[in-house]
Design a protein around this ligand. Structure first.
Ligand code: HEM
Length: 145
């Protein structure tokens, strides 16, 4: 499924990721750019505007949890489905998250990585990350099928 170049593109970018900061940035973008996603996080308190979202401690903590799961998937690139099996069930049967939203998270994560890495995020690296996001979304959606 992955060439050696693709694996290198994924892992070399991931080594530069700060789970806490970049997870926070990605989740903040999700909640601001796709505001209907806020409704799943009603227990997080004030998400009233972009400033409130960016300063929300629960958003902060949750962002690094989500990126840790992405990191687990990267540690299991040949079995991403297996690595996200339980999380897929959690989102499907306990959290009732519409799986369309996984795609939006993939989009904001790519944007966060691009703005962090600048010219190191070459078109080729982006292409590989877009592919990885498809695989990630597919794995998180497995329990919905
Ligand atoms: C919880 C991962 C996308 C909504 C979680 C948890 C993880 C996770 C690791 C914590 C599970 C636990 O505590 O055992 C991911 C990954 C995603 C993703 C890897 C995409 C790549 C989304 C999206 C939404 C969402 C797009 C909604 C729009 C939630 C909610 C919780 C949760 C509501 C529970 C939060 C809480 O009350 O603490 N997710 N998630 N997730 N996720 Fe996701």
């Amino acid at each position: 499924q992955w060439t050696a170049e693709e694996k290198a593109a994924i892992t070399s970018v991931w080594q530069k990721v700060n789970l806490e900061q970049d997870g926070h940035d990605a989740l903040t973008r999700l909640l601001v750019v796709y505001p209907w996603t806020q409704r799943y996080f009603s227990s997080f308190g004030n998400l009233g505007n972009a400033t409130a979202i960016a300063g929300n401690a629960k958003v902060h903590a949750h962002g690094s949890k989500v990126l840790s799961a992405v990191g687990d998937a990267i540690d299991h690139l040949d079995n991403v489905k297996g690595s996200l099996h339980d999380l897929s069930e959690l989102h499907a049967f306990n959290l009732y998250v519409d799986p369309e939203n996984f795609k939006y998270f993939g989009q904001v994560l790519v944007i966060v990585l691009a703005s962090k890495l600048g010219s190191a995020f070459t078109p080729q690296v982006q292409g590989t990350w877009e592919k990885f996001m498809v695989v990630l979304v597919d794995a998180l959606s497995q329990a919905y099928n």
